[in-house]
Design a protein around this ligand. Structure first.
Ligand SMILES: NC(=O)c1ccc[n+]([C@@H]2O[C@H](COP(=O)([O-])OP(=O)(O)OC[C@H]3O[C@@H](n4cnc5c(N)ncnc54)[C@H](OP(=O)(O)O)[C@@H]3O)[C@@H](O)[C@H]2O)c1
Length: 166
């Protein structure tokens, strides 16, 4: 069975984006994201795909969910799909065991019933924004590591791992 994990960075007040962009640039978190997802499939919403200039992230199978019909011949690692079920089928056809859901908020909602692990980078400041993610109540914090302000981390952050309660 496919293991569904979320990777998300949210502020203290649960903001994840504003005007279809990320709010912060945290190099240490970008590295964490790359290490976690490299070589594995990721799925994102069409708006998030727009926010990264419609270019798939290298070294990973990129799946973009949209209700619209898109086709791309330009990139071999890019698939546009219309339904969550099609995402499962595609990952299973490649025999992947883990899928990382990388946002935004609509896509986290769509996959929430199947998610068992959340890799949350908590940015320990409040931000203004228009897109949010909050860890659901049926998840428990299993691990966290704190990084103070330093090179690579302009804000204090915490890498948290949340697991769905059995
Ligand atoms: N901090 C983080 O970790 C993080 C991560 C990712 C994104 N973000 C931020 O989040 C914001 C974008 O999030 P968002 O919630 O507005 O948009 P989104 O989830 O990225 O994309 C929404 C789009 O996905 C498609 N979609 C949604 N549910 C679907 C379903 N069940 N089946 C098929 N297609 C579906 C629709 O595309 P169509 O309209 O084409 O049909 C919808 O408009 C941006 O600010 C971005 O920077 C933050």
């Amino acid at each position: 069975m496919l293991n569904i994990c979320f990777v998300v960075a949210a502020s203290l007040n649960n903001v994840i984006g504003k005007n279809n962009q990320l709010i912060w640039k945290i190099p240490i978190d970008l590295k964490y994201f790359k290490n976690r997802t490299y070589g594995l499939p990721i799925v994102m919403g069409r708006k998030t795909f727009d926010s990264i200039n419609q270019k798939p992230l290298p070294g990973r199978l990129n799946i973009v969910l949209s209700k619209q019909k898109f086709h791309s011949q330009e990139y071999q690692n890019l698939y546009f799909l219309n339904h969550v079920d099609e995402v499962f089928k595609l990952c299973n056809s490649f025999d992947y065991k883990t899928l990382h859901v990388v946002g935004g908020s609509q896509i986290y909602n769509a996959f929430l019933p199947c998610c068992n692990t959340i890799f949350l980078t908590k940015v320990l400041e409040n931000f203004e924004g228009d897109t949010f993610f909050k860890v659901p109540d049926n998840f428990s914090l299993k691990k966290m590591s704190f990084y103070p302000v330093q090179k690579g981390s302009p804000f204090p952050i915490e890498f948290q791992i949340w697991q769905k309660n059995q």
